[in-house]
Design a protein. Structure first.
Length: 213
C-alpha cells in the first residue's frame, strides 16, 4: 500500500499514477471471507510458496520478460556495469569484501534471489500458527474424512481429544468413525468445515442426537 501511494504521489507518468490508484482501491476493498476454510488457506499458502520457489530457479526467463517490458516502455534493458573494487588478498583467507563483477550475477544474487528468499521466509514463518491450527483440527476436515483410513482418522481424533479433554468426550473418535460411515457419500460433496457443520447440524439434525456430546 505504501509503495502504491508513493507511486501515485511521485510518478511523472499519468498511466502509472492511474494504475497505482486503481490497485490501491482494489486493495482497500479486499477483505478475508468468513467462508474461507483453514485447510484451503494452508493449501493456497503452500501453492504460493511452491510457485515462488520455482520462480526463484528461473531467473533467465524472468529477465527476458523484464527486458520485453523495457523495450515496450522505451527504457534501457541492460544492467549498468560498475568497476569491481580491488580487494587485498591474504594467503589462505576468504575475503568478505569480494564483489560479483558481472552485473547480471550481482542482480540475481543480491536482488532477485534475496527478495524472493525474504518473501518465502516470511510466508513460512508468519503463518506457523495457521498451519498449527489446521493440523490440530485435521480430523474434522472433509478431505481427511474422505481419504483417511480408520486408523488414521481415529489417531487424529484422539489428538484432538487430548488437547480439548475438558470439552470433547473420549468417545469422539468412535463417534467420528460412525459419522463418516453413515454420511461418507454426502461428506464427499462438501469442501469446508463450515459446510460440514451445516450438513450435520441443520440438514441432518435428526442424526446429531445419536452421537451424544
Amino acid at each position: 500500500m505504501k509503495a502504491l501511494s508513493k507511486i501515485g504521489l511521485t510518478s511523472h507518468k499519468k498511466e502509472e499514477r492511474d494504475e497505482a490508484a486503481s490497485l490501491k482501491r482494489a486493495m482497500e476493498k479486499f477483505s478475508f471471507s468468513h467462508e474461507t476454510d483453514l485447510s484451503i488457506a494452508v493449501q493456497l499458502l503452500d501453492c504460493a510458496i511452491a510457485d515462488l520457489s520455482a520462480y526463484r530457479e528461473h531467473f533467465e526467463e524472468s529477465k527476458q520478460a523484464a527486458q520485453g517490458l523495457s523495450e515496450k516502455w522505451g527504457v534501457s534493458k541492460a544492467f549498468e556495469n560498475t568497476r569491481a573494487r580491488k580487494v587485498k588478498a591474504h594467503f589462505d583467507e576468504l575475503s568478505q569484501d569480494e564483489r560479483l563483477a558481472d552485473a547480471d550475477s550481482y542482480f540475481r544474487v543480491h536482488v532477485f534471489n534475496a527478495c524472493l528468499d525474504i518473501v518465502i521466509s516470511q510466508l513460512t514463518q508468519r503463518f506457523t500458527g495457521l498451519r498449527s491450527t489446521a493440523e490440530r483440527f485435521k480430523a474434522i476436515q472433509p478431505m481427511t474424512l474422505c481419504t483417511a483410513t480408520d486408523d488414521e482418522l481415529f489417531r487424529q481424533a484422539s489428538k484432538l481429544v487430548d488437547i480439548y479433554r475438558d470439552d470433547i468426550t473420549e468417545d469422539f473418535p468412535i463417534q467420528l468413525l460412525s459419522f463418516r460411515a453413515c454420511l461418507k457419500q454426502r461428506i464427499s460433496q462438501v469442501k469446508t468445515v463450515r459446510e460440514l457443520a451445516k450438513m450435520l447440524l441443520i440438514e441432518n439434525s435428526c442424526i446429531t442426537a445419536s452421537f451424544g456430546e
